[in-house]
Design a protein around this ligand. Structure first.
Ligand code: COA
Length: 342
């Protein structure tokens, strides 16, 4: 049996509790005071950034005007200043990732006006890491699901569940990516838009009634989904590899890095990944063309055929051209380096 403390010990314990409580109150008061200081600093930083941005914009316009009438010496100075202004805008982008900002229309509609800015580097990395892991787990589920639908269970209801999962997954990705962008991620707008289109496309597949045309396309679609999941697994390996290496080097973006080891790892990863990506893009083109041909058949009455076909064609064009542009920019950045200060 546990012995209860005597009255004197009890009073002693109470005194120590009271003291500790006072300490907690003091720490909390200090914490709230610091919070107020932080929010004041945030306001000052945001206001100064927008003021400087405006001045830099005016300056760029003025310099453009002077350019025509300048000698080559002055032209060099102007180009130097313009390069530096570009660098400063980039620095503002980095600073703003740590300042609260208003949500865009989409986040306002989905989450309301809640602040989604993560204020430390660690929490930004952790959120990105969780986003990559979320994609990984869902990709494995998609792979198993599409394999099951293709080879084991051939019911329209199960296909519907699979398409519903896809709609939910892509919808969730768009929200997570908008939060990442708010936190300074440089995800290209196209990849987010790509997920809106993919969600729309899965919604269309969900409503496509079971019939001859649906059955004609079903296996091709499921095989494509399995392949896409496989490519996403490779992409996960590349993206999380970048993330962990960047974290180890204390950087947030791979374009900022000229460290030899990182660059050679990135290029090895990319050259391995690219053939699989391009194959996937041309599969999207093939799906689009097949669906377009199906839409020309006399028995085709479903609007879903042309809708799905068009979205595949849009996905192909956007994915292919964005990937080519990304690789081209990386290559150019790697060979040219950064602009110099005037
Ligand atoms: N989806 C989500 N985020 C992406 C992305 C994608 N497809 N591609 C790049 N990003 C993110 C990066 O993680 C990075 O985020 P960060 O700023 O938070 O660190 C940011 O965008 C900038 O990345 P970037 O340097 O432009 O590219 P990368 O080296 O990370 O990746 C590719 C380059 C080409 C491998 C990648 O864009 C890709 O996989 N694209 C193909 C996607 C595709 O076609 N899918 C369909 C397959 S069938």
């Amino acid at each position: 049996m546990v012995e209860s403390p005597n009255f004197a010990e009890c009073l002693q314990e109470w005194e120590s509790l009271e003291k500790e409580h006072q300490n907690i109150q003091e720490t909390h008061r200090l914490y709230r005071q610091k919070l107020e200081e932080v929010s004041k600093l945030q306001e000052v930083c945001s206001a100064s950034i927008s003021r400087q941005r405006k001045r830099m914009k005016d300056m760029s316009l003025a310099l453009k005007g002077y350019k025509q009438e300048m000698t080559s010496d002055n032209l060099n100075t102007i180009e130097g200043v313009q390069g530096f202004i570009k660098e400063m805008s980039q620095a503002f982008f980095e600073m703003e990732a740590f300042l609260p900002k208003k949500n865009g229309l989409y986040l306002r509609l989905v989450l309301g006006n809640v602040d989604v800015t993560l204020l430390s580097k660690q929490s930004k990395f952790a959120y990105k890491d969780e986003y990559e892991k979320f994609k990984l787990y869902l990709t494995v589920i998609h792979l198993l699901f599409s394999f099951t639908c293709q080879f084991l269970v051939r019911y329209r209801t199960v296909d519907t569940l699979f398409n519903f999962l896809l709609v939910w997954y892509y919808g969730t990705l768009t929200i997570r990516e908008s939060i990442l962008i708010n936190n300074g991620s440089r995800i290209k707008g196209w990849w987010v838009f790509h997920h809106y289109i993919a969600a729309f496309q899965s919604g269309v597949m969900l409503t496509w009634p079971n019939g001859k045309l649906y059955q004609m396309f079903r296996n091709q679609f499921l095989a494509y989904c399995s392949y896409q999941s496989f490519v996403h697994l490779l992409q996960y390996y590349y993206q999380s590899g970048c993330l962990y290496r960047l974290r180890a080097l204390g950087q947030r973006h791979n374009m900022d890095l000229t460290v030899e080891g990182f660059q050679s790892w990135m290029w090895r990863g990319l050259t391995f990944l690219l053939p699989f990506l391009f194959f996937g893009h041309f599969w999207q083109l093939y799906n689009g063309l097949c669906l377009y041909r199906m839409s020309q058949l006399p028995e085709c009455t479903e609007w879903q055929v042309i809708m799905c076909g068009s979205s595949f064609l849009v996905l192909f064009m956007g994915n292919f051209f964005t990937t080519v542009t990304v690789v081209y920019h990386k290559f150019k950045h790697n060979t040219e380096g950064k602009p110099k200060r005037p």
